[in-house]
Every structure is written in structure tokens, then in C-alpha cells.
Design a protein around this ligand. Structure first.
Ligand code: MRU
Length: 346
């Protein structure tokens, strides 16, 4: 049976329907997107979040943009739509899947001449969605092969079905390994400031009857010191061509702590998250979000009004800290430029 998390992005009755991740786990509610502006707002405001999920959503956003622009002006919609794509690309800067999906959709519509583009673009978006689920299942199995029986694992943020087309990347590996009875305990970081771990990872796993133990982010070092943790398993928002990884803030500190405590560090991501156009993580734009994410909880102020805030929501983990990069095309141990180049050619 498909879970609610697996149906977080759906095309129904000629529009896009998104499970509102801002409201979980307390309220299960959906947001209807009839226009590309609704999709841009949903990505910016994190109705939908997680790199592959943002990519899939953007692909459907292009369908809505093309529908509107073709109706307004069948002659030059391919030029007019560029402004929509530009705004879509600005919605969130770090996850490369957004750019990847928009470029795929642009390549699709450049091949269409004067006919109504909606059906063929919808088909392309659905394909991007299905291929992401397939990639996650494949990489989930590859990642699970790396785990020995009796493993305790820690994950950060939410890299599950909610963050992807379905099944998940880091949680895809964890799902597969759990089904193979290789996992004893799954620890999830709460993931300040937006609480993706508490609100989404815990909810998603419990929906599937997979037990999970929540820790506050700052308990991770003690966890590594006191318990037999085998792997830290995370997703990625962008992997540079040298293997540096942009992911949720706090990932880098986990990787450093993992090195200190001899815990292996796995990054699970589809190849749509690998950006071959950049040489290293230094070139990745790190999104900074509103002060309110730190100074309020559930709209309740917890910090003084005028306090200064720095809120980068991603960080860069240098490739040297990564034990294995797991993709649908295969696994790279100790990733570097030449290994990634080889993988991307296959
Ligand atoms: O700010 P978010 O919630 O969009 O950040 C998401 C993450 O950092 C995920 O770990 C990443 O996108 C991988 S999702 C499979």
C-alpha cells in the first residue's frame, strides 16, 4: 500500500496537489497549484522541500506555465515562458535538482513547434517523477548492501519519500536495510531550525511502522561516543563534481564527528543531484532563510526581538569525509573527481 508520504506530489484533475509539509505531523492538508506562481510559492515557503521533490515539483510547474503561456499566446509562448522559468529557478538556490528538472523540461518543449505542449510536457514531468522513485529504490538497495547485520544508523534532516518523488534517498537505504533486518536502531536528528527530523522523518518512518529514536542535534557526538553507531546516512542537495556535498546544516559537523569516532559516513543521492558544472563545494550557493526560523517555534517567539541571527540552512561537507556516495548508477567509495566523472559517463 502506498503511504501518504509516497503521494506527497500528485497530478490530479489537471493540476498539481502537494502535501503541505509545513503542517506535518499534526495536520494532513494539501495545497492545490493551478498556476506556476502557486508552485513557486510552494517551493519558496517549503510546502514541498527536499532536493529531488523540489525538482519533480518544478517539472510540473513548467507544465502549468506552458499551459498558461500557450493559451495567452500560441505564437511566442516559448519565449514568454522564460520569465516563469527564471522565477522558478530562483525559488530555492541550493538544490541542483531544481535546475536539472527545469533544463530537462526546457529541452522537451524546445522540440515542440506550434501544437499545444501540455500533454507532452505532462508526460515528461510524470516521467521525471517515476524515474526518481525508481532511482531511489535502486540506490536504496545499493546502500543497504554496504551495511552489515546489527547496524545502528543515524540520519539527519528528512531525505525520505517526502523529500523525493517517493521512497527516499537516505531513508531509501534505511528502508531497504530495515526490510533486510540489518538495522537495530534508527536514530533521527531533530534537525534545527525547521525540525525536518522531528516533524517529517519521525512521522514518515512511523507511518510505515519503522521504529525510530529521535535525538536533539547536539546529542549526536555523545551518541557516537557511547553507542555502537555503524553509519551516518544522509541525502544531498548538490554534490559537486569533486564529491563535496551540500546538505542540511549540521551535516558537516556530523561528518567531522564521524571521522573522530570511526563511524562511516554515507551520502545517498540520485545522479540528478550531481552538478558536473562545478568543481567544488565552494561554488555552491548556500541559502540563508528568515531569522524567524530561529527566533520562533510554531509562531511563538522564543528569542528577543532584536537579536541578530545567522541562519544558513545548508553546509558543505568536503569529499574527504565521505565513506561512500551511493547513487542509482552505483556506489563510489571515497569519492573524487575522476571516480565521479567515470560514474556519470556510465
Ligand atoms: O531545507 P530542506 O528541507 O529542503 O533541506 C533538505 C535536505 O537538506 C535534504 O537532506 C536533501 O534535500 C536531500 S533529500 C533526499
Amino acid at each position: 500500500m502506498t503511504s501518504l508520504a509516497d503521494q506527497a506530489i500528485a497530478w490530479k484533475d489537471n493540476h498539481l496537489v502537494l502535501l503541505d509539509q509545513r503542517k506535518l505531523p499534526g495536520v494532513v492538508q494539501y495545497v492545490d497549484c493551478h498556476e506556476v506562481a502557486d508552485v513557486i510559492h510552494a517551493i519558496k515557503d517549503m510546502v514541498v522541500r527536499g532536493a529531488p521533490a523540489i525538482g519533480v515539483t518544478a517539472a510540473f510547474g513548467v507544465v502549468l506555465a506552458a499551459r498558461m503561456r500557450f493559451r495567452q499566446s500560441a505564437d511566442n509562448w516559448q519565449q514568454v515562458i522564460e520569465q516563469d522559468l527564471h522565477e522558478l529557478l530562483l525559488a530555492r538556490p541550493t538544490a541542483v535538482n531544481l535546475k536539472w528538472a527545469v533544463e530537462k523540461m526546457r529541452a522537451k518543449f524546445s522540440g515542440i513547434s506550434n501544437e499545444d505542449p501540455e500533454q507532452s510536457l505532462l508526460h515528461a514531468a510524470e516521467r521525471i517523477h517515476q524515474e526518481d522513485i525508481h532511482a531511489n529504490k535502486t540506490l536504496g538497495n545499493f546502500g543497504a548492501e554496504l551495511l552489515r547485520g546489527g547496524s545502528a544508523v543515524l540520519t539527519h534532516c528528512n531525505a525520505g519519500a517526502l523529500a523525493t518523488g517517493g521512497y527516499g534517498t537516505a531513508l531509501g537505504v534505511i528502508r531497504s536495510a530495515f526490510a533486510q533486518k540489518k538495522i537495530t536502531t534508527i536514530y533521527a536528528d531533530e534537525t534545527r531550525p525547521w525540525f525536518q527530523g522531528t516533524r517529517l522523518t519521525a512521522w514518515e518512518l512511523l507511518q510505515d511502522k519503522i521504529p525510530v529514536t529521535l535525538i536533539c542535534d547536539s546529542a549526536a557526538a555523545s551518541l557516537m561516543r557511547q553507542k555502537q553507531l555503524s553509519w551516518i546516512i544522509v541525502g544531498a542537495d548538490r554534490v559537486a563534481s569533486n564529491g563535496d556535498v551540500a546538505n542540511k546544516i549540521g551535516t558537516y559537523s556530523l561528518a567531522v564527528m564521524a571521522r573522530q569516532h570511526n563511524v562511516k559516513f554515507m551520502v545517498a543521492a540520485p545522479t540528478s543531484t550531481i552538478d558536473m558544472q562545478i568543481n567544488s563545494g565552494d561554488e555552491i550557493e548556500i541559502e540563508e532563510r528568515s531569522n524567524k526560523e530561529l527566533t520562533t517555534v510554531h509562531n511563538q517567539e522564543i528569542g528577543p526581538h532584536k537579536v541578530g541571527v545567522w541562519n544558513p540552512v545548508f553546509d558543505i561537507t568536503p569529499a574527504e569525509f565521505v565513506t561512500a556516495l551511493v547513487t542509482e548508477k552505483g556506489v563510489i567509495e571515497s569519492p573524487n573527481s575522476s571516480k565521479i566523472k567515470e560514474l556519470m559517463k556510465s
